[in-house]
Write a protein that binds this ligand. Structure first.
Ligand code: 2GW
Ligand code: MN
Length: 296
């Protein structure tokens, strides 16, 4: 059931995760070979997680970028759905990074939830809009987030919450299994294969999706700074990794193993169709509007 790691090898870092039932799902991998849990529905008691995190006074910052046309296309639905499903029992601070602050929708937020707008420059290439998030996140953690939130979660904006995305997802270093690759052989993973790029890797553990990653503020700061530095080195060498920031994130997470891995429940695409191992969908890709949004 958990072929890669015998239970005694698991070194779940804290009492909160010790309640995870790694044997409750026989159909999927519930732990990595370095002992990190892979979170699937049925493995955890949501109330236990919420109680523990409330007792610990955990608080979370969520970062999301809505630059240019992505603001009107996706931001409102993303935020409204986050209010219903994202860490609802914990204090949450949204950080919306945009080049058009005046267009950020005025959303009614729950108590102990707030929203900050950070103005960012609009890069002309979309690859740069995506990659430069790493730098902006690191800066915001250093200047603001670390003073009030233990945890940071970073999201693409083109998705909506449709089920609980709760405190079971919190951990020191959290990565997400990409919905298209978690059941596929490693040979199909779209790692960067160009030796000239800093993101180059031959083999890895999983293919992680950059649409969701998180952890303690310290770890996410290190993650985003390290990726940013690698991206800038690539620019100096005039190379760009195959999947931009996602390639660099995959390289980082191969060298620095995440302490918790989220199953694709935490970022599902309905175009994949039915799969028996997905019991709950928590976050869903929004429809891609390439035609109208990716014209430059
Ligand atoms: C992106 C592509 C083409 C045209 C515009 C943009 C764009 C992205 C934009 O105009 N404004 C903007 O705010 N963004 C932000 O970057 C937004 O938060 C969006 O969710 C994020 C990533 O772009 P997205 O969602 O269009 O790309 P995906 O869904 O194919 O993302 C995967 O691959 C990316 C790298 O190519 C990133 O690693 C991303 O995290 C992955 O999910
Ligand atoms: Mn996306």
């Amino acid at each position: 059931r958990c072929p890669q790691a015998p239970a005694e090898k698991l070194k779940l870092g804290n009492s909160i995760d010790a309640s995870l039932d790694l044997w409750s799902r026989g159909d999927v991998q519930t732990c990595t070979d370095w002992g990190a849990p892979v979170i699937w529905d049925g493995m955890f008691d949501p109330d236990h997680y919420d109680q523990e995190h409330r007792m610990n006074h955990s608080s979370v910052s969520l970062t999301v970028f809505a630059v240019g046309r992505y603001l009107d296309a996706y931001l409102k639905a993303f935020l409204l759905s986050a209010e219903r499903h994202f860490m609802v029992v914990l204090p949450v601070t949204y950080y919306v990074f945009t080049d058009v602050p005046e267009r950020v929708p005025d959303i009614h937020l729950g108590s102990r939830r707030s929203l900050k707008v950070v103005r960012v420059q609009r890069h002309s290439r979309w690859q740069d809009i995506s990659m430069m998030r790493m730098r902006a996140i690191a800066d915001a953690i250093e200047s603001q987030i670390r003073h009030h939130s233990q945890y940071v979660f970073c999201f693409d904006v083109d998705q909506v919450f449709v089920g609980r995305f709760g405190s079971e997802a919190l951990g020191d270093s959290v990565a997400l299994l990409h919905a298209y690759y978690y059941h596929r052989p490693q040979s199909l993973y779209t790692y960067d294969r160009n030796p000239r790029s800093r993101a180059y890797m031959e083999t890895g553990d999983f293919y992680y999706h950059a649409a969701v990653f998180g952890g303690s503020w310290r770890t996410v700061k290190n993650m985003t700074e390290t990726c940013y530095q690698a991206i800038m080195e690539d620019k100096e060498n005039q190379v760009e990794a195959l999947w931009h920031d996602e390639s660099h994130l995959n390289k980082y997470l191969w060298l620095h193993k995440p302490s918790k891995v989220l199953s694709p429940e935490y970022c599902w695409d309905k175009n994949i169709g039915y799969r028996g191992d997905i019991h709950v969908v928590r976050l869903l890709w929004s429809e891609k509007k390439y035609d109208s949004l990716r014209v430059t």
